[in-house]
Design a protein around this ligand. Structure first.
Ligand code: ADP
Ligand code: MG
Length: 269
């Protein structure tokens, strides 16, 4: 086996830096040694290097998108117990996790239900699966985003701030119903919904369905207009179940054996 000429190594390092091919820069000595040893044709060697760079690029991109998505840690579809929400079809969730059927047309997903029913978990888990499938996602508490947009509005930058969110195929607004009265007065959420309508998707979780949304928007007319746009192309999950944590605590107390009935859950609450 011939060892590479020092001058060739220097030229190659410079060129790979300049071309920004860091994965090839790391791997080529190993691949070259194998190619020499096993007598690979030059084309096979080149193809192996190029494919390696592509694979590394894809995984770096997904890692970047994971970092920017701000997903709460540990919430995955694998760890989501679908039997706790019998009204939700696992197959439908898995189809949504592929993304194409709804994110391409800017359709929305709305999740309603009492606290503890798994809305945030399911939203975050879907977000994670979508990033892994190549989509860009941002998970945010609704009140945090409203605060940011309000401050952008004060600087006359609201439109630009909303446009910046366009890079996310999916914006997850967790806990819409917790928007406070003074936050609602500025209507930034209304502007956001209007700007994304039929272009970019929203996933909204809320403890209260539409009827109680008057406190989120400045007035009744805006509430109606916002709801109208949100539901025009939307999937709605009504997750009306007992709190998962409370159920799990009761099951632990009972020990292994029969699953608790509704009556035992009610009696111990
Ligand atoms: P919500 O957002 O509806 O108030 P969360 O998603 O925060 O509820 O759920 C509360 C806790 O219970 C979280 O730790 C979550 O991971 C867990 N949890 C809720 N539902 C499920 C489920 N179906 N499978 C697994 N864990 C769940
Ligand atoms: Mg929640």
């Amino acid at each position: 086996m011939t060892s590479p000429d020092a001058i060739d190594v220097g030229r190659l390092t410079l060129a790979l830096n300049d071309l920004r091919l860091p994965a090839i820069k790391t791997i080529w000595p190993d691949f070259a040694a194998r190619a020499d040893k096993e007598g690979w044709p030059a084309a096979r060697f080149l193809a192996a290097l190029a494919e390696h760079e592509m694979a590394e690029r894809a995984s770096r991109r997904i890692q970047r998108h994971l970092d920017e998505a701000r997903l709460p840690p540990g919430k995955t579809l694998d760890s989501f117990d679908f039997s706790a929400v019998p009204m939700i079809s696992k197959a439908q969730v898995m189809a949504l996790a592929a993304g194409d059927s709804w994110l391409e047309k800017g359709a929305n997903l709305l999740m309603f239900g009492p606290p503890g029913g798994g809305k945030s978990h399911l939203a975050a888990a879907l977000g994670l699966a979508l990033v892994e499938n190549g989509w860009r996602v941002l998970f945010t508490r609704t009140t945090d985003l409203v605060q940011k947009l309000q401050s952008a509005r004060r600087d006359l930058q609201l439109e630009a701030a909303i446009a910046k969110l366009d890079k996310y195929h999916l914006l997850i607004l967790d806990d819409l119903a917790y928007v406070s009265k003074d936050q609602a007065e500025t209507s930034v959420i209304f502007e956001l919904i209007g700007a994304r309508y039929e272009r970019r998707s929203l996933l909204i979780t809320a403890n209260q369905p539409f009827g109680a949304w008057n406190s989120v928007f400045p007035d009744q007319a805006m509430t109606l207009a916002a709801v109208d746009r949100l539901v025009h192309h939307a999937t709605i999950f009504e997750m009306n179940v007992e709190s998962y944590r409370r159920r799990a605590a009761i099951e632990r107390k009972r020990g292994p054996g029969r699953p608790p009935t509704r009556a035992t859950i009610k009696a111990s609450s």
